[in-house]
Unconditional design. Structure first.
Length: 125
């Protein structure tokens, strides 16, 4: 299968030949340049997002596996990290819910209740 860039170049060249260079050259080159810039930046943005969300993903994975002490530790550090970096309310509430779940599974009911109350206060405000 042909790559996206090859198809883009073929379409660009054919449109230049059919429509004439003088009419669409500038707008076409600008469009192709912007498309290539977007294609170049998308992998970088995805890599940054994966690195940013690594701790929360690890906490969820530990929670699913059943390693609750490790899940609690990772979720607690992720909550502290997100509080300092002004993360979205939805993300912070989700992290607090995961922390509460890890604490509940370890029969730490008072800290779990406190974590859930913090999550509800975030969502309620």
């Amino acid at each position: 299968m042909l790559s996206y860039r090859v198809i883009l170049m073929v379409v660009s060249l054919l449109s230049l030949l059919v429509a004439g260079l003088s009419e669409i050259r500038n707008s076409l080159f600008l469009t192709v340049g912007l498309m290539n810039l977007c294609l170049w930046t998308f992998p970088l943005i995805e890599k940054w997002k994966r690195r940013r969300d690594a701790s929360s993903v690890e906490g969820e994975r530990q929670l699913q596996v059943g390693n609750y002490p490790e899940a609690e530790q990772v979720a607690d550090s992720a909550v502290a990290e997100r509080n300092t970096k002004r993360a979205s309310v939805k993300k912070r509430a989700s992290l607090l819910r995961n922390l509460a779940e890890a604490q509940r599974k370890q029969s730490k009911l008072a800290p779990a209740e406190q974590s859930l109350r913090q999550a509800m206060a975030l969502v309620g405000s």
